[in-house]
Ligand binder design. Sequence first.
Ligand code: BES
Ligand code: MN
Ligand code: ZN
Length: 505
Amino acid sequence: MDFSIKTLDAKTSVTAIKTGVLVVGIFENRKLTSAAQALDKMGAISSALKSGDISGKPGATLLLRGLTGVAAERVLLVGLGNEESPADKSFSSAAQAAARALTTVGAADAVVALPLDKINQRDLNWAICTLVLAARDLEYRADTLKSKKDPAPTGVRKLALAVAAGDAAQARQGLAEAVALSNGMELTKDLGNLPGNVCTPTYLANTARKLAKDYKLGIEVLDRKQLEALKMGSFLSVTNGSDEPPKFIVLKHMGGKAKDAPTVLVGKGITFDTGGISLKPGLGMDEMKYDMCGAASVLGTFRAIAELQLKLNVIGVIPTCENMPSGRATKPGDIVTSMSGQTIEVLNTDAEGRLILCDALTYVERFKPAAVVDIATLTGACIVALGHHNSGLFTRSDDAHDKLAADLLAAGKASGDTAWRMPIEDAYQEQLKSNFADIANIGGQPAGSVTAACFLERFTKKYTWAHLDIAGTAWKSGAAKGATGRPVPLLTTYLLNLARKPARA
Ligand code: BES
Ligand code: MN
Ligand code: ZN
């Protein structure tokens, strides 16, 4: 879909806008927005309200045609709820309902004339982003591997967002950010939805190479020999059972000043997680193709920030391999030596994410990062704790880490891609004691997502670090099975905010 900003000045009335569909809002209690009032010269809108055809409740829609004195062919009324200042949830429902209604009209273009700058506690750009994401999400298809494609999206191909002339510059920037974000999320969804036999470590590496080529990013892909030379014994132990070669991807977007310390994103890239010798049960195992969604969110975020030419140094690091059983696979009880030198007793080969991440977290020390954020579908226990609403956010708790946590939580709130902070404390570290090695790779049933984070924490002492467990948020199960594109909105917003105020604590 093509998006644009349309400026309205004092002289142009909404009645004069020539378009296939003009989208205007109405409030609860049969109140009209000013745009709806302007279109209501002959009373068609008020009588639709009076007759009960539409309520004004958030998300209600009604299509009217051929209004007298209105240049637009159709008017789509959308309920916004509260008259003074619609709640952000109401506006989200309205945006989704409007976008859905626009997929079935026989028009090629539409103009949205909603009160985008009047949403309670949100700004104009938030409203623009909400509309763009809603429209792009409805357009999304995961049918590259179907011989009969899903029906092509119908309805409008061009969507203009009307704003006051004074807001135009801000709105254009907001629109560019929203479109870049949707492009990034689309890449993340595509990669997540691809099956493990297509989306292999090599496929992820090639996707990163293509991104690097398209946007002139730095790229390096390390292979098994190089990983052996780096002594990544923990990462390599996970690949033992697999015939697919492991890859270690390093992607660099250096849009900031040369001397600025980079922000590093590390994404878990298990392209299929069988559990290894600690084999997972068969039911639903197909969903473990999503175990590379951390990696996919790093690539999606790079796509978004590269498109926006963000003035910030960002490095993406992706350890990627399969977790498979075989005669060569790592066995429970095996002890491996990580790149950091710490030895690890692999009590459960299904706790493999932390084994590949810990070596990546040691590797990134060389970048002297301003901050490191790892993103991983790390634990089922995180889903038990937080469900599918919030990603789990884990950091140590000192001033620098509290600031990083606050910035990430704020980026989540601003983008509607929320996270919830979880503890990292010595008491939990106790659960990772091993009789035979420096550390065990599991900490028992209680607080499984916390002990996983505590494991990673031991490899992050040299910089400020946060861990996002996205097991519950990166994809949906059930009828609407598929990748969500999360946490690309959180990450992209966090980086956009950093680029806006480069002074860091
Ligand atoms: N990839 C899984 C985590 C996961 C499970 C994500 C279910 C989404 C849905 C991870 O590698 C794993 O298997 N974790 C184990 C850890 C356990 C063995 C300590 C888990 O969560 O069961
Ligand atoms: Mn696993
Ligand atoms: Zn896994």
